[in-house]
Design a protein around this ligand. Structure first.
Ligand SMILES: Cc1cc2nc3c(=O)[nH]c(=O)nc-3n(C[C@H](O)[C@H](O)[C@H](O)COP(=O)(O)OP(=O)(O)OC[C@H]3O[C@@H](n4cnc5c(N)ncnc54)[C@H](O)[C@@H]3O)c2cc1C
Ligand SMILES: *[C@@H]1O[C@H](CO)[C@@H](O)[C@H](O)[C@H]1NC(C)=O
Ligand SMILES: *[C@@H]1O[C@H](CO)[C@@H](O)[C@H](O)[C@H]1NC(C)=O
Length: 545
């Protein structure tokens, strides 16, 4: 008999889960409380408590070649950092291409999930589903459950002294749609993450003035990096990942501060750079330079018309406080004890499989915070889960899973803080490779090294696009090689709307000049080494050897 899988939610995670259930010969039954697919990306011009919500100006912050599902690249005509409408279009294309919609029940909310009576033997689940059109409920029994309810839908509201006495308006970025209604106001944005920066920059064009308060500071990355290459093409590659962090840290520091010095703009982080204090914003430094945004430190307390900061300074006549304080996650429909959560830390092996569930017939997709695009990671989770459920891939025992998770927890609590962001933080390539090893689809470097050097070079030194994990193993895709070779072409295609003229020839010999420069450097270094050997302190060393 075909195994059945209940999928909760039809966002990026849910769609990938439905697709991969089908790939593994199982029958997905998906429930989505919204009226369409897309989750966060199914934009509404209103927001509702507990549902994901976007501001209208939101564009994706990772490039299209890095953000796509691995066997379905984003069309080459689409912009690299597309707006939410475009991204929703892509999700529609994906759903249509793999005929996913017929497995999704819209306007259906999952109210409760619990173990069936025969769980010990069968591992099956009973789910209570409510039809939001009719108000009726029904029970569904399935062999497996994949939870895809998203983790950025419920605002995290830290307690601030005095905020309850503040007389102006207080909102969370979750409920911010656009600048209308904020014209001419004095605004304080608390938090300097991606949403906080986007909202502050937009408001600063219409408001009287915008202040941003930041506890930790941040490095700001622009979408267009050196030479206009999308930043994630440079940041996520296998070669630099192999280099030691002690070497990379100063290099990153240099790169991040080349355009402008973060300290001069009031932005530099309080703590040492560990790869997680990064915000993607093209505008923030410019808005600061133009004087429409000023950065302040942590808020000590709010007053009825403003705020006092930890450095003793204060602001008066503030009309609006925007909390850009992130989100908390929960699984309101799951019976207690199915997924153990300690503080913000979930007891999930690889952030996917519960540690205390045996047989492990329920799993979570989407509870992860990478530096990089989410969709390919969510897809890899769905791939891994459906392989495990289909019995084609082994999962470590419950005790082994617990051991691994406890180790991870110790690492995070000692090295970072137990916040939602850090508890879910992973390094994309390492994480993808770990799941890919379970599945058997990790790129085979040696094979490519001997059979196709060009491809090997692109995998190793080029951007680590998700397509890399479709080259071999289960789920391999014929178009993978071509897609890897066309990354550059597809990146620049949507911008080629004007023929370039004579100006292109200005840089005719640039490549040669660069090469010449490099050769000069090498000669200088060799001369210096020779000097050290012949005259310097190394002379005695060389003699003694
Ligand atoms: C402002 C903002 C900007 C972002 N920008 C980017 C970006 O540029 N790039 C990037 O990679 N990521 C970005 N993200 C992260 C984003 O969350 C992911 O890209 C992705 O949308 C997560 O998909 P998901 O399916 O896991 O969750 P969601 O998109 O939240 O979807 C969950 C779905 O489950 C449904 N659901 C929940 N509970 C139930 C229930 N009980 N019953 C039935 N259905 C239910 C919801 O209705 C929803 O449709 C951004 C997030 C935010 C908040
Ligand atoms: C993009 O924005 C989302 C939402 O703010 C955030 O969770 C994610 O980390 C950002 N991506 C990167 C690469 O910073
Ligand atoms: C903290 O990080 C360092 C370097 O990444 C690592 O060597 C150390 O073991 C970590 N601490 C814990 C408690 O894991």
């Amino acid at each position: 008999m075909t195994k059945t899988v209940l999928v909760i939610g039809a966002g990026v995670s849910g769609l990938a889960s439905v697709k991969h259930c089908l790939d593994e010969g199982m029958e997905p039954i998906c429930f989505e409380k919204d009226t369409d697919i897309g989750g966060l990306w199914n934009y509404h011009d209103w927001s509702k408590e507990g549902d994901p919500s976007l501001y209208n100006s939101c564009s994706i912050n990772t490039s299209k070649e890095m953000t796509c599902y691995s066997d379905f690249p984003i069309p080459k005509e689409f912009p690299n950092f597309m707006g939410h409408k475009h991204f929703k279009k892509y999700l529609n294309l994906y759903a249509d291409n793999f005929s996913l919609r017929k497995y999704i029940n819209f306007n259906h909310s999952v109210e409760n999930v619990k173990k069936a009576e025969d769980f010990e033997n069968t591992g099956s689940w009973i789910t209570l589903v409510k039809n939001l059109n009719t108000g009726t409920t029904r029970k569904v029994k399935t062999d497996f459950v994949i939870v895809c309810n998203g983790h950025l839908h419920t605002p995290h509201m830290p307690t601030f002294a005095g905020l309850d006495k503040f007389k102006g308006k207080v909102i969370h970025t979750h409920d911010y749609k656009d600048f209308r209604g904020y014209e001419g106001k004095r605004i304080l944005v608390v938090g300097i993450g991606n949403s906080g920066s986007d909202v502050a920059c937009e408001l600063s064009r219409h408001a009287e003035h915008v202040y941003m308060s930041s506890r930790r500071g941040t490095y700001v990355i622009q979408r267009a990096a050196d030479h206009g290459v999308p930043f994630d093409h440079l940041a996520l590659n296998r070669f630099s990942m192999k280099l030691p962090w002690s070497l990379m840290r100063p290099m990153f520091f240099n790169r991040l501060n080349r355009r402008y010095n973060h300290a001069n703009y009031g932005l530099s982080p309080n703590k040492r750079f560990d790869g997680s204090v990064l915000t993607i914003s093209d505008d923030l430094p410019n808005r600061i330079l133009l004087g429409t945004i000023n950065i302040k430190c942590n808020v000590k307390e709010f007053t009825p018309d403003g705020a006092i900061f930890e450095d003793g300074s204060d602001l008066k006549n503030i009309d609006v406080v925007v909390l850009a304080t992130g989100f908390i996650y929960d699984f309101p429909f799951l019976d207690d004890g199915i997924i153990r959560v300690d503080g913000h830390f979930p007891y999930l092996y690889e952030l996917v499989f519960p540690t205390n569930l045996s047989p492990c017939t329920l799993a979570v997709v989407g509870l992860v915070q990478p530096f990089g695009a989410l969709p390919p990671i969510l897809e890899m989770q769905a791939r891994c889960i459906t392989r495990v459920f289909a019995g084609k891939c082994d999962l470590p025992s419950a005790s082994k899973r617990l051991e691994v998770v406890e180790k991870r927890k110790a690492f995070i609590t000692r090295n970072f803080t137990n916040s939602p962001r850090y508890s879910l933080q992973i390094f994309p390539i390492l994480y993808m490779d770990r799941l890919a090893t379970m599945i058997g689809c990790k790129p085979n470097f040696w094979k490519h090294f001997f059979s196709d050097l060009r491809l090997w070079y692109k995998i190793y030194f080029g951007p680590a696009t998700p397509v890399q994990w479709r080259l071999n193993g289960p789920g391999a895709w014929k178009g993978a090689k071509g897609a890897i070779e066309k990354v550059q072409e597809h990146t620049y295609f949507p911008m080629k709307t004007r023929m370039s003229g004579e100006g292109e020839k200005d840089g005719l010999y640039e490549g040669w000049i660069q090469l010449f420069k490099k050769i000069c450097y090498i000669i200088l270094i060799l001369l210096f080494v020779r000097y050290l050997v012949v005259n310097g302190f190394m002379a005695s060393f060389v003699k003694s050897v």
